[in-house]
Design a protein around this ligand. Structure first.
Ligand code: GRF
Length: 204
């Protein structure tokens, strides 16, 4: 049997989407194994959670690098050393360089807490509330060189209720994030037909 593609999950914080992906990947029919959880912040709570789940973790603090390109080169080397095939961003608060994204073309996915193309960037829920929107949601998409852009793999909508604040809306959206991210990633991995240890033969 072909070994499953090896997934790295990149986080910067609590890692609740990471947990949703890791739990899904524990099921025998999930088309990937979580081989690494990496954070650019050593204090990310998700690192401890992942370690408790028996997943290899790595902190790669971005402050240790002079440029984004240097950080991304180190990141790529760590991923390559672990024969990673696929990257899932899950609350990873770093913009990746175009060079890095090109090397992993089609193999980086992200979850964003808005109904893209609405509200790229930060503070999505505050902006939706300020605009008096009646619904919000989340999007799983392939990462391209443009921030919070790229082919959409899945979306889920939630209502915005009259007495919502940022926290209540974020919690409602987050539940949907956890629900849609694992199957959207699985479908993408299957569509890519991932079966090689190194991304698209290009190396890193
Ligand atoms: C999520 O809302 C995700 O959409 C956004 O950052 C948040 C991360 O939360 N990109 P968590 O670390 O997965 O709990």
């Amino acid at each position: 049997m072909m070994p499953k593609p090896r997934l790295a999950i990149l986080i910067s914080g609590r890692g609740s989407n990471m947990v949703a992906l890791a739990k899904a990947a524990q099921k025998p029919d999930y088309p990937a194994v979580v081989a690494l959880v990496l954070s650019n912040r050593a204090d990310a709570g998700g690192l401890e959670t992942a370690a408790r789940m028996g997943i290899e973790t790595l902190a790669l603090p971005h402050r240790g690098f002079a440029t984004r390109a240097d950080f991304d080169a180190a990141l790529c080397a760590e991923l390559k050393a672990r024969r990673i095939d696929m990257i899932a961003l899950a609350g990873f608060m770093r913009i990746l360089t175009p060079g890095f994204i090109r090397q992993w073309e089609g193999r980086i996915v992200n979850i964003h807490p808005s109904l893209l193309p609405e509200y790229r960037g930060l503070d999505t829920h505050a902006r939706a509330l300020a605009a008096h929107d009646t619904e919000a949601g989340c999007t799983v998409h392939v990462v391209t060189e443009r921030l919070d852009d790229g082919p959409i793999l899945a979306q889920a909508r939630v209502p915005i209720l009259p007495d919502d604040c940022e926290a209540t809306l974020a919690a409602r959206v987050l539940e949907e994030e956890h629900r849609i991210y694992p199957p959207a990633l699985a479908r993408h991995i299957e569509a890519l037909g991932l079966n090689r240890p190194c991304p698209s033969g290009k190396g890193c």
